[in-house]
Design a protein around this ligand. Structure first.
Ligand SMILES: Nc1ncnc2c1ncn2[C@@H]1O[C@H](COP(=O)(O)OP(=O)(O)OP(=O)(O)O)[C@@H](O)[C@H]1O
Ligand SMILES: O=C(O)C[C@@H](O)[C@H](O)C(=O)CO
Length: 336
């Protein structure tokens, strides 16, 4: 059963818009930040990570965003290019904005947090007239990510990208990626998230992210099916609600939900799970696989990333994901 039809006559498989930043991941893991002395630098930002994931899986990808005019900005652009991502849509800031930094604290496999430095971040300065219609017109899929809606002019740039994607028939994916530190309140966030979600074909988020979007609805309890069904009155064809290591559920208009188990993992840190899951899942549905197979592929990709030190650099190839699934099926991998 095909739930989403991807355009076939376009040269670019996937373009994402939004956050490009730097992750500084603690080298001394299982320690609080106060005792962490050294960090390894990686490209970060959820939509950037997903695009790197898609490119590693062999798809033809591009990115739309803004980087600082400094060494960090050049590091990011260079890394994207080395990962075969078209950076024609990545513009350089001219106002003195800086690169957002995410210092990650890895206290234990289940207790991780991120300390953000995002004042005057270049990625939020992307303007609507810097979004190239031609690039989106060439793409089968546009992915938007919630954090880019947090501030103007990046907010308007995302809505402009949505207009172009609708006009040219790209499938639109929304990774909710709710990072509270970028917003003033859940109510402000919910207003813009709901406006954007109405235009999207595939919506991916955690239960907590959907709860934030429902903050005006006074729901007694969170019900995944009720949450998903609301979006089928708009543009959505698939709504995925993620539940960490408990797995994920995909809803479509006409059924009860497709459940995917998660695989065991020797977890180093939890962040990056959602980004690798999104890349693996989207790769699967673009190949015409069933939702279950696509979700399992995403879950295995997530396990590889959470068992590694980085998010972007650890994004797996198809062979690596297939190998992971086979090893799990042979019971060669156990949870940490
Ligand atoms: N501890 C775990 N063990 C195995 N698989 C996991 C684990 N945590 C997450 N996953 C897999 O990754 C998928 C996405 O994870 P999760 O629900 O935590 O998303 P997320 O909150 O968006 O991630 P992130 O922490 O990157 O923001 C899950 O559906 C599951 O398949
Ligand atoms: O920008 C962030 O919120 C941190 C990201 O850079 C990091 O790669 C991550 O959390 C992945 O989801």
């Amino acid at each position: 059963m095909t739930y989403v039809s991807f355009p076939t006559n376009k040269p670019l498989d996937f373009v994402a818009i939004g956050r490009l930043c730097i992750d500084l991941n603690a080298n001394e893991i299982h320690r609080p930040m106060e005792e962490t002395m050294t960090f390894t630098k990686y490209v970060g930002g959820s939509p950037a990570n997903i695009t790197i994931g898609m490119s590693r899986l062999g798809l033809n990808t591009a990115f739309i965003g803004k980087v600082a005019n400094d060494q960090m900005g050049r590091f990011i652009t260079d890394y994207l290019q080395r990962n075969k991502i078209d950076t024609a849509g990545v513009v350089t800031d001219t106002t003195g904005a800086v690169t957002g930094l995410a210092f990650t604290e890895i206290k234990s496999p289940t207790d991780c947090s991120i300390l953000m430095y995002r004042d005057n971040a270049a990625d939020l300065k992307l303007t609507p007239n810097e979004v190239q219609e031609e690039l989106i017109g060439q793409a089968k899929v546009l992915l938007i990510s919630g954090t880019a809606l947090a501030k103007s002019p990046s907010r308007e740039a995302v809505f402009q990208a949505l207009n172009y994607a609708k006009k040219h028939g790209a499938v639109i994916v929304f990774d909710l990626d709710y990072r509270p530190y970028t917003w003033t309140s859940p109510e402000e966030t919910a207003v813009y998230y709901n406006l954007a979600a109405e235009k999207c074909d595939i919506i991916l988020g955690t239960r907590e992210e959907f709860d934030m979007m429902e903050c005006f609805e006074n729901n007694e309890s969170s019900d995944d099916k009720v949450t998903a069904s609301k979006w089928f009155n708009h543009s959505a064809k698939i709504v995925i609600i993620k539940h960490g290591k408990e797995g994920s559920i995909a809803y479509t208009q006409d059924d009860e939900g497709h459940r995917a188990k998660s695989f065991p993992a020797k977890v180093v840190k939890t962040f990056g799970a959602g980004d690798s899951y999104a890349a693996g899942f989207l790769y699967g549905v673009m190949q015409g696989w069933t939702l279950e197979k696509s979700m399992e592929f995403g879950s295995a990709a997530a396990c590889i990333v959470i068992s590694s030190h980085s998010c972007s650099d650890a994004m797996p190839t198809v062979n690596q994901v297939e190998d992971y699934i086979e090893r799990c099926n042979r019971n060669e991998i156990t949870a940490s």
